[in-house]
Design a protein around this ligand. Structure first.
Ligand code: PHE
Length: 439
């Protein structure tokens, strides 16, 4: 059965479809919601520079490794890492790499859907004129029961797309929504730069100021880079498994991280002029887009429409990310059980919904356990393991074959990074970070 499934393993219909799906996975709430508030909390421009460094040094090589592993083995993350290790003469227990990443991705999905639900609610609030009244947005997103409904609605949408499979679901949604996303993003950014405090925003984002940099800034930037590029969560191995043999993984990876970083920077240019226009605190934290922005929209001409469009943009970004998160686990279960894709998507999506629902009702659970486990432990650990796997477990020659299109320079950088830079840096961060947490 497994062999039969493997031979019918689906593939992307074009390079465009793959790039749209992968960029769709990478571009999400991480860019529009998390990046702006992390930048605000970590000193603005200095954080931006360190972040870009982390993307290039850590996220890019791990992304190349994941796409190469998936493309080589043509299976889900867990099966691919087991298969490739055995092929290289190593223990099948190396599938732990796939397990950690799959668990990380699944846990991210549980709370991601809660925030995405809030984004949907705020978009509806904007288009319904809710930002015009004080607390108008909270009418759409007030009680726990209402939060639950939006979380439920968002998860159902995610499940519906994934249950339709690669071509009919994921590809179709990504190829339609991502171009639309870029159009709306550019439109809103131009509007914001013209009408908001563009100068203050540009200085804030790009004039280097290293006074706020601490060790913590690096840890925050690394975590954000992994989260934003969607690595260490089984997705890119899974999406890589749908790649045809002759695809150029090096250039695709460079394209994906560039697009993702560009969107984060543009999101900053869209959000901060508005934040500064009314003199809000850029370090408002988690609530930056949910409390600061709606207040601004309430005072702006056409603020309801602009606000509705802003949150619709974030909704599109979130949906193309959440489908990739669910797909990574669905692909694994589908390989090993006979429920069929649709049933698998409903079961796993339902399970993720329930864990996320627990997060709505229990702040401690949400802010503590799930978040720390996924964001601060499993994602860095997953990235560490993928790097060790690609740098030490799998022979260099095999990685070279998978990355045959990459220039000698890019490959040399890649191999040095997964062998030394990523494991050493993340290893020390994990040890120091955990040490900090438990002392
Ligand atoms: N990259 C997505 C974002 O920026 C979120 C995500 C994280 C998706 C981890 C998959 C894995 O919003």
């Amino acid at each position: 059965m497994a062999a039969a499934l493997a031979s019918t393993h689906a593939h992307w219909s074009s390079r465009f479809a793959f790039i749209m799906a992968a960029v769709g996975s990478a571009v999400g709430l991480g860019n529009l919601w998390r990046f702006p508030f992390m930048t605000g909390q970590n000193g603005g421009s200095a954080f931006v520079l360190i972040y870009i460094g982390c993307v290039l040094l850590f996220a890019l090589p791990v992304l190349m490794a994941e796409l190469a592993i998936g493309r080589h083995a043509q299976q889900s993350a867990i099966t691919s890492t087991r298969k490739m290790a055995i092929e290289a003469g190593k223990s099948g227990k190396w599938s732990i790499v796939g397990w950690v990443c799959t668990a990380a991705g699944f846990l991210v999905l549980t709370t991601y859907s809660v925030i995405a639900g809030q984004v949907m609610a705020f978009s509806a609030a904007g288009f319904a004129g809710g930002f015009a009244q004080p607390d108008g947005a909270t009418m759409f997103y007030g009680t726990d029961g209402v939060k639950m409904l939006w979380h439920f609605g968002f998860m159902v949408l995610t499940i519906l797309v994934v249950s339709r499979g690669l071509k009919g679901g994921i590809e179709r949604v990504a190829t339609i929504l991502m171009p639309l996303f870029f159009l709306v993003l550019i439109g809103l950014t131009v509007y914001s730069l013209i009408n908001g405090a563009a100068g203050a925003a540009l200085t804030y984002l790009f004039a280097p100021d290293f006074s706020a940099v601490t060790g913590q800034t690096f840890i925050a930037a690394l975590g954000q880079a992994f989260f934003s590029v969607s690595v260490a969560s089984a997705i890119m191995i899974t999406y890589g498994s749908y790649l045809p043999r002759d695809s150029n993984i090096g250039s695709s990876s460079v394209l994906i991280v560039s697009a993702d970083t560009l969107v984060a920077l543009i999101a900053g240019l869209m959000i901060f002029p508005i934040v500064f226009m009314v003199g809000m605190d850029p370090a408002a934290g988690l609530g930056l887009i949910f409390t600061a922005l709606p207040q601004v929209f309430s005072t702006m001409p056409a603020g309801n429409f602009i606000g509705g469009a802003f949150f619709a943009l974030a909704f599109i970004a979130a949906l193309t990310s959440s489908i990739s998160l669910l797909e990574a686990t669905v692909a694994f279960v589908e390989e090993n059980a006979s429920f069929g894709r649709s049933m698998t998507a409903w079961l796993l999506g339902g399970f993720a919904f329930m864990i996320g629902a627990g997060a709505v009702y229990s702040e401690a659970f949400a802010g503590g356990f799930v978040d720390v486990l996924s964001g601060q432990i499993l994602l860095p650990l997953g990235g560490f393991l993928v790097a060790v796997f690609a740098g030490w477990v799998i022979p260099k020659s095999l990685m070279r074959t998978e990355l045959s299109h990459a220039s000698p320079g890019l490959f040399a950088f890649f191999h040095f990074a997964v062998r030394y830079i990523v494991p050493v840096a993340i290893g020390s961060i994990l040890v120091l970070g955990l040490d900090d947490r438990f002392n």
